[in-house]
Design a protein around this ligand. Structure first.
Ligand code: WTA
Length: 640
């Protein structure tokens, strides 16, 4: 594959950027010419960020396509034998798996026919809850093949969280595994699905892939084995599966993400714009060259895996790696072993992983070659300077650019990032907006701040093809969450600064969303979960700086019976949170308090709690509206 739109110099970047702003429709239409269409579009863009039914965003209206023909079929002519996916198992002694474009195409067609045999139709919603195995990517692509909308739920979510997501989207089929291997543990998945489905009446079928070969209960008329179903389609001779004709704006997937309210939102991405945007940004940000090995360490349960393991790289005809395990198993050198084993050229990972590996010391790096590496990438949270330098020196050997990529589930793809080999780097800065992206920094009054050397809340003022279109089942919520705060703008929820050279640095969330090990978790969600515990009267959750996780979760909890066994209550609370949300949302610290700092109108003053959790004791800011200052003194005294 060749990429005529690949940016090779700073001049080319500035030129592309200018064109993308002066005539966005012309700019994106030219890029869209590089894809496979069943029918071309009538209109490149129509949009509205304000008004009653806002947002209304349509890219490539009238066009017909199937994204899997772009990710698979079109590569069969020249790149059939190029590896599409390389999978490295959790256990380094187990064999890795390589699927060429031809093989992946066959597998996707076969499984798409399995879905059809099990009654799946265009527009159906399919929940996917699996470990990081090739079948996860195959399941995702098979849905897209037949026009079903996938909703992947990360393996670390509990039965309750899965049930909420399944019910919100009214999924009628679930694809799962018996279990998943992660480090030294085998994690049950099917039993969790069984628990979830007790609350879900919409689900008629469950397809189970056997990965861990642990015994599971199969429910009659509902549960079937992946392998048996594949044998059936083979016996039926259904090896090919024609790609369903999709409209440019047909939904491709739903991905749930946390916001400031207790209930996760189903972010909806559509087909054509998402495809073009993820491919364009993949090719440009990482400067991908044909035949290179690209390794993104994310999980497909998060947006990074959707956009930059599956869709972007495959549409670009790249070789994309998938890793089942964790960075520290069997030891903290695993990423580097994989890099050397497969001669990885591009490595895209998260600051939390870098910090965790950094903490294990250089012994795990010193015998590794790492000479195949050419580009490094970071995503998920602000990368601190120390981690940046460690990554740059010890992994990139001071010769690989680090692209610090800022984006969100809602944005579909990377919005602000250096372009590898093109943009001059500045540690801890995401640097410059990609072509098509028009950032705006807003002041406290809601006005856009012009010029450089400024800071405020980050908005985007013009649509880009990869942006969310709605939140599933509740369009108004989409408007309220993202478009009401600053009329005419998409509000990101992040704070940022723009330095004297126009470089952007993202400073973190300005709403009640935490970023724990790169996972977005709403404080309200965690509070709701804690409050479910019988002994809990009220709780308030804030973030605090954590060496490895970036942010840790600090919970202030009022209990009913204060003279019980505090340690036991803490354990129970952790179990409650694990049951309601999942282990990823477990508080790192729990402090029992007699009262919470509130205003006279009864609002919890989180600002004060945040300061205390951060270790600040003196300067708590304005506390004049506080109802009972004694509460704060006590919380300070008993800080954990
Ligand atoms: C944060 C992950 C600073 C940010 C792709 C954003 C970052 C949230 C960066 C989205 C970065 C992500 N620098 N902050 N390079 N990348 N973030 O939806 O706060 O899981 O709003 O998408 O992560 O998280 P999400």
């Amino acid at each position: 594959m060749s990429y005529p739109y690949q940016i090779k110099s700073l001049d080319e970047y500035h030129d592309a950027y200018k064109k993308s702003i002066s005539d966005p429709a012309k700019f994106w239409a030219a890029i869209a010419e590089n894809f496979l269409w069943k029918k071309k579009w009538n209109n490149v863009l129509s949009w509205n960020f304000t008004g009653e039914n806002a947002p209304q965003i349509k890219w490539f209206e009238g066009a017909k396509l199937n994204i899997t023909e772009n990710c698979l079929d079109r590569h069969l002519k020249d790149s059939a034998d190029v590896p599409a996916l390389i999978w490295e198992p959790n256990d380094p002694k187990e064999n890795s798996v390589t699927l060429t474009y031809k093989q992946l195409h066959e597998k996707v067609c076969a499984f798409a026919n399995v879905l059809k045999n099990n009654g799946v139709k265009k527009g159906d919603r399919i929940c996917i809850y699996m470990g990081m195995i090739p079948e996860l990517a195959i399941a995702v692509l098979s849905c897209a093949r037949i026009g079903a909308i996938h909703s992947v739920v990360f393996g670390g979510f509990s039965a309750q969280s899965i049930a909420d997501r399944i019910n919100d989207a009214a999924c009628n089929l679930v694809i799962t595994c018996d279990g998943a291997h992660r480090g030294a543990k085998a994690i049950p998945l099917k039993p969790i699905i069984d628990d979830a489905l007790l609350q879900c009446t919409s689900v008629k079928k469950v397809i189970v892939y056997s990965r861990t070969h642990t015994p599971v209960a199969m429910m009659k008329d509902r549960d079937v084995w992946w392998e048996d179903e594949i044998k059936k389609v083979e016996a039926q001779g259904k090896t090919d599966c024609p790609a369903e004709e999709m409209d440019a704006e047909d939904p491709l997937f739903i991905l749930y993400t946390s916001g400031s309210t207790g209930k996760p939102k189903g972010v909806v991405h559509t087909t054509a714009g998402y495809m073009i945007y993820t491919t364009y940004t993949f090719v440009n940000v990482f400067n991908y060259q044909p035949d290179e090995i690209y390794f993104c360490t994310a999980d497909i349960g998060w947006v990074t895996g959707h956009s930059y393991i599956v869709y972007g790289p495959l549409a670009a005809g790249a070789t994309s790696m998938m890793f089942e395990g964790i960075p520290t198993y069997p030891d903290a050198g695993r990423f580097w072993d994989i890099t050397d084993k497969f001669k990885v050229n591009i490595l895209y990972t998260a600051p939390t992983a870098i910090r965790a590996l950094m903490a294990h010391g250089l012994d795990f790096v010193k015998d590794k070659k790492l000479d195949s590496l050419r580009v490094l990438g970071s995503v998920g949270e602000p990368i601190n300077e120390e981690a940046w330098q460690w990554f740059y020196k010890n992994i990139g050997k001071e010769k690989c650019p680090i692209v610090d990529t800022w984006w969100q589930t809602e944005t579909g793809g990377i919005l602000i990032s250096a372009i590898a080999g093109v943009t001059k780097l500045k540690p801890s800065y995401a640097t410059l907006p990609l072509p098509g992206i028009q950032p705006a920094i807003m002041d406290e009054k809601g006005n856009e701040i012009s010029g450089n050397d400024v800071s405020g809340n980050l908005c985007i003022k013009f649509p880009w093809p990869g942006m969310l279109r709605t939140t599933w089942g509740d369009h108004e919520r989409c408007r309220k969450t993202y478009f009401d705060a600053y009329p005419g703008y998409y509000f990101t929820g992040d704070g940022c600064l723009r330095d004297e050279n126009g470089y952007y640095r993202i400073t973190g969330r300005v709403d009640d969303v935490l970023n724990v090990s790169g996972h977005r978790i709403g404080t309200a969600e965690v509070e709701n979960a804690i409050n479910k515990h019988t002994n809990v009267v009220e709780s308030a959750v804030v973030g605090f700086p954590h060496d490895i996780k970036g942010q840790g979760i600090y919970a202030f909890v009022i209990t009913e019976k204060q003279n019980g066994d505090a340690e036991l209550t803490k354990k129970d609370i952790l179990e409650t949170v694990t049951r309601i949300i999942g282990p990823i949302a477990k508080p790192d610290k729990i402090q029992f308090v007699k009262g919470l700092p509130k205003t006279r109108s009864g609002k919890i003053m989180r600002r004060i709690l945040r300061k205390i959790a951060e270790g600040e004791t003196e300067n708590l800011g304005d506390i004049s509206t506080l109802l009972d200052p004694a509460v704060v003194e006590e919380i300070k005294r008993e800080k954990v």
